[in-house]
Design a protein. Structure first.
Length: 224
């Protein structure tokens, strides 16, 4: 398991700070309850941060044509028909995945296609599991147009702890489900907006794995 590039700088800085703190205590106070307590807390903090920035290598094991794949690890917290008025300007099915601080926080493209739109909106940092976080929190949006001309919107949403969203997508580039779309630092959420005639393949409170779990099947184009 490798460390994600978004975490290398933070991990090095954190290790340096914790090392200095622990060595300072060791050389001024010596071994004792205080030293071992601080050392234990430092080790746990560093390991938790290291675990957060893990970056597993994943490949979708089947043919992804016509499928929408989970862009993130986490729990399904919303499956509903909504009016998406910010970008797509039409009714869609919204499937939302909430990521806890213990989930992998890399995000993958949900479908193969061409990136049509990339945007970022500043906003609030309320808890990511709340419905209003989709429209009021700090967020980035990526629209991918499939080979059959279907627009799929994936929205990365910051949470109460998350303070940075990274989107790698660029307008006009070809993208594939096995490629990372971005990264969100600490607890957060990803919403996926798909056509109303899509078949939903997940249910509420289901655990999903990014780039592994199909969450929907798109309707076949007319004539196929």
């Amino acid at each position: 398991m490798k460390v994600h590039k978004e975490g290398t700088g933070l991990l090095l800085s954190l290790f340096t700070i914790l090392f200095i703190v622990n060595m300072s205590i060791y050389y001024t106070i010596g071994k004792g309850v205080i030293f071992y307590t601080v050392l234990s807390i430092s080790s746990i903090l560093f390991l938790l941060t290291l675990n957060f920035f893990r970056s597993p290598h994943r490949r979708f094991p089947y043919d992804s044509e016509g499928l929408v794949i989970a862009p993130a690890d986490g729990t399904i917290v919303a499956i509903e028909e909504v009016d998406e008025n910010e970008i797509l300007h039409k009714k869609c099915l919204q499937i939302s995945i909430f990521m806890s601080v213990f989930n992998v926080h890399a995000n993958w493209f949900p479908v193969n296609g061409t990136v049509k739109h990339v945007s970022h909106n500043n906003g609030r940092f309320m808890a990511a599991y709340l419905p209003k976080s989709s429209t009021e929190n700090e967020r980035s949006a990526v629209v991918v147009t499939t080979r059959n001309g279907v627009d799929i919107l994936a929205r990365q949403i910051a949470g109460a702890v998350a303070r940075r969203i990274v989107a790698y997508a660029e307008v006009g580039e070809k993208c594939h489900v096995d490629e990372q779309m971005g990264f969100i630092k600490f607890g957060s959420r990803v919403d996926v907006y798909i056509p109303l005639d899509s078949e939903v393949l997940v249910e509420m409170d289901q655990k999903v794995t990014g780039n592994q779990t199909p969450i929907a099947r798109l309707a076949k184009p007319a004539g196929n």
